[in-house]
Write a protein that binds this ligand. Structure first.
Ligand code: ADP
Length: 266
């Protein structure tokens, strides 16, 4: 759409993820008027309608001036969206809008992870996705956090934002590439008296080792912008940067980049 066509229009972007559904509304001048996040639940159609209603609440937007695009796992169920666009396209659009210098994107959500390489013209050159194995996703962090009675949002501070520590005592490793076995390893480490902080640092390093395979697969270029709910975990950002030997930056509003990209494409 040209600027003239989008003038005076409000745009809603919905990113219906497997774990969390995110949405934004952009005003006619492109500013974010509302943003919200709700658990995805089991029926994406209902979640999308509820999320859109929450976003529009109090904004008084005429229906004929609202364009909607849905992305994410549940996008095809969102009846209110005129267009459904893949996560890869929407994430790239959102990240490049916020960070025009992005070389690549690493997105880690609740149940999948993806790497995207951006070309010099801002197009998607290559992407790789893992939606088969939970070991390189937020799921592993959730399982590990629960083991130690922590919430995922507490994990990074608990690890002092540091995936390695000060080197006192043996550096622990979790080597299993499957969350079920990795959880057993974690329980084993704890049972042998490993300090919880060091055991959890090992979890972060294990996830980083998995996700850098995606970066390698696409031939990622720097700087890499880290998105998705899991990007809020600073310990993991540092672990990924160290494992990849690359500059990895947390994207602005990392959990909303897909929704922002969807709205921009509306
Ligand atoms: P999806 O799009 O796959 O539903 P998201 O990108 O919305 O996933 O991310 C959801 C994941 O983010 C969940 O696994 C959740 O545990 C994790 N998460 C949410 N908030 C935080 C936080 N503050 N720190 C670390 N991880 C978080």
């Amino acid at each position: 759409m040209t600027d003239a066509q989008t003038a005076g229009r409000y745009r809603i972007g919905l990113d219906l993820g497997s774990t969390a559904s995110k949405g934004v509304i952009l005003g006619p001048d492109g500013t974010v008027l509302a943003r919200d996040i709700v658990p995805s639940g089991h029926t994406p159609a209902e979640t999308a309608a509820r999320l859109a209603a929450r976003l529009a609440d109090g904004l008084d937007i005429p229906a004929d001036r609202l364009g909607a695009v849905a992305t994410g796992y549940g996008r095809n169920m969102a009846r209110l969206a005129q267009k459904k666009i893949t996560e890869i396209t929407c994430h790239a659009k959102g990240v490049l809008h916020l960070h025009p210098d992005a070389g690549s994107i690493l997105d880690i959500g609740g149940q999948d992870a993806k790497a995207i390489r951006i070309g010099p013209d801002g197009g998607v050159m290559d992407f790789a996705m893992n939606d088969r194995c939970a070991a390189g996703t937020g799921r592993f962090l959730e399982v590990a956090a629960r083991r130690f009675d922590l919430g995922v949002e507490e994990l990074s501070a608990f690890c002092q934002d540091d995936p390695v520590g000060d080197g006192d005592g043996p550096e622990l490793e979790i080597s299993s590439t499957c969350v079920v076995f990795a959880e057993s390893e974690l329980v084993g480490l704890a049972a042998r008296g490993a300090p919880p902080r060091d055991a959890l640092r090992a979890v972060h390093r294990a996830i980083a080792r998995r996700v850098i395979l995606l970066l390698k697969q696409v031939g990622a270029t720097e700087p890499v912008y880290f998105t998705g709910g899991v990007a809020q975990n600073e310990t993991l950002r540092r672990a990924v940067a160290a494992a990849a030997g690359m500059e990895v930056r947390r994207a602005a509003s990392p959990q909303f980049t897909g929704a922002i990209g969807a709205a921009l494409l509306a």
